[in-house]
Design a protein around this ligand. Structure first.
Ligand SMILES: [Zn+2]
Length: 552
């Protein structure tokens, strides 16, 4: 069962660095398992293993059809000529493409055990994109029945993969995952997304994978079938996928397309190879174009495998460093459908924040590179904190626009003002208007990463409405009677809008625009006096209001 087979070592977003224990050795995850056609491999399995792929995949149904009982003698490892862990698929893909397979579901599981697969799959029924709900429901029930049946066999140490089906019928996916979660499978998988990926429908893929992930045990390993585009690997990992299989390296090579982390290039349209893998170091684009096709296809497939491997290493390192989000954002900028997918992904931010580490050592700063980074788990978690854990202690709210120096209470203008006149901070609850976090109450200044981030206001220009809405919500929700805003670069329209919105709710507002930040920093006395005067005015006015007789 999966509890004995998988170990999570580090987490970033929903991405996990883990170890999968198979009977032929340990596989470091996340990883990709290249799919090998047992009868005519494009690149030799031994060579793929030497490149650094720890887990290979092949199709037990093709072996069954071509070798029959003979394969039971030499085993799947003998056929491929390798000794490391091998993952076999069951023929479900053929079932989806041809509509039928000539083997019974239980028979192909037994066959996988007999040929010595280290990880085997139930012959599930992939939900096609156009399958209506009622039929998809019946197919899901049938897949569940097959998983239960297969788990009753003596698997002799083979990890059995239980696939979650349901396709784009999201409630069905959730149901299937919850049912499977009760069973002692060796691993789980999300099935049938090939069509989604071929159509670049990464957004739908996010809904499918996140639904499965959230309804399966968090500590169980999850495989994603048919996810081989380098562009989407960081996203798949960030959704909690631990292994993927892909024939894409070979499929693209047949099409003479070279993978890059950002997309694919047609060899015919390339003058220089933008890569330094062993293939591209040895050959020029011209040489590749001129060699015999068979040779060319093999070399392009090799290049593709190197690119995928490099991307996997980059992803694993990003998890170690806590920079998976940055990698996601950079991939999202490479293709519009990846951007769509990231926007869908951030809808799950509250769930992601529950697993994402609160802090890590050594402490690293957070880079806010785009407006989307306002959906990072750190920000979502901070907003929860603002909602439930911060209380109003004064009637007046003193808000400073974010200053370049951090921590705000220990460097820069806010610190200077504190030294100049501490009363200002006794007369009010003070906070910073932060571009990525919206609001940082000064008492939370030391909480990671509220003082350890880099952000520029230009990046957040388009998020100013969101920031204003957050600030307004906070002021009204906490019940402040008056607000003083000290600002240096905020646009006048932002200040005007905030003041109008507050006036509509009968909250008093005074804005203090600082013309020259540097000057205020070197001589904070006049600014301290202006702030104090503003606070005193608001105090008097709010007191008068309270004293005024209630309207008859
Ligand atoms: Zn290359």
């Amino acid at each position: 069962m999966w509890r004995d087979a998988f170990e999570i070592r580090e987490i970033d977003l929903f991405g996990r660095l883990g170890r999968l224990y198979t009977r032929r050795g340990v596989v470091e995850t996340p990883t990709l398992t290249p799919v090998i056609n047992p009868s005519k491999p494009v690149v030799e399995p031994q060579q793929i293993q030497r490149m650094g792929y720890q887990l290979l995949m092949t199709n037990s149904y093709i072996i069954y059809r071509s070798y029959g009982d003979l394969a039971k003698e030499v085993g799947v490892h003998g056929i491929l000529g390798v000794d490391g862990p091998v993952f076999t698929d069951s023929g479900a893909y053929q079932l989806m493409i041809y509509g039928k397979v000539e083997v019974k579901p239980l028979e192909i599981v037994e066959y996988q055990v007999e040929i010595g697969s280290d990880i085997g799959v139930v012959l599930d029924i992939p939900t096609r994109r156009d399958t209506p709900y009622d039929q998809a429901r019946l197919e899901v029930e049938e897949t569940l029945r097959r998983v239960r049946e297969a788990l009753s066999l003596d698997l002799k140490g083979m990890l059995l993969v239980a696939p979650v089906q349901g396709g784009t019928h999201i409630p069905l996916v959730a149901y299937a995952a919850r049912e499977l979660a009760e069973l002692p499978a060796g691993m789980y998988a999300v099935g049938g997304p090939t069509q989604l990926m071929q159509e670049y429908d990464f957004k739908e893929l996010v809904r499918l994978v996140m639904t499965a992930r959230l309804n399966l045990p968090w500590a169980a390993p999850l495989h994603l079938f048919g996810a081989g585009h380098p562009l989407m690997l960081p996203l798949a990992v960030a959704m909690g996928v631990d292994t993927f299989d892909s024939a894409s390296y070979a499929l693209y090579s047949r099409d003479e397309r070279l993978m890059t982390p950002y997309g694919t290039l047609r060899l015919s349209e390339v003058e220089e190879l933008p890569c330094s893998c062993p293939v591209c170091s040895k050959h020029s684009a011209k040489e590749l174009k001129e060699m015999p096709r068979q040779e060319r296809i093999r070399l392009i497939a090799e290049h593709n495998l190197y690119v995928l491997l490099e991307e996997l290493r980059r992803i694993r390192e990003a998890i170690r460093e806590g920079r998976l989000w940055e990698l996601l954002e950079s991939r999202a900028c490479a293709h519009p459908s990846m951007m769509e997918a990231l926007r869908e992904y951030v809808r799950y931010s509250r769930f992601i924040a529950t697993k994402h580490p609160v802090t890590r050592f050594p402490v690293r700063g957070v880079f806010f590179a785009s407006r989307l980074s306002r959906y990072r788990p750190e920000v979502v978690r901070h907003h929860e904190r603002l909602k439930y854990r911060v209380e109003r202690t004064r009637d007046i709210f003193l808000l400073f626009e974010e200053t370049p120096q951090k921590p705000f209470t220990r460097a820069g203008l806010i610190k200077e003002l504190m030294l100049q006149d501490t009363d200002i901070f006794r007369m009010s609850d003070a906070a910073v208007l932060s571009y990525p976090f919206s609001l940082i109450p000064l008492e939370l200044d030391g909480v990671y990463p509220l003082s350890q981030y880099e952000a520029s206001r230009n990046v957040f220009e388009l998020a100013m409405d969101e920031i204003a809405a957050d600030v307004l919500w906070y002021i009204l929700n906490k019940g402040y009677k008056g607000v003083v805003l000290v600002y240096y670069t905020l646009p006048e329209r932002f200040v005007r809008k905030l003041s109008e919105s507050l006036a509509a709710e009968e909250v008093l507002f005074l804005g203090i625009g600082v013309e020259n930040y540097q000057e205020a920093l070197s001589n904070p006395k006049p600014l301290a006096a202006r702030i104090r005067a503003a606070l005193e005015t608001l105090h008097d006015l709010t007191r008068d209001r309270q004293a005024a007789p209630a309207p008859a």
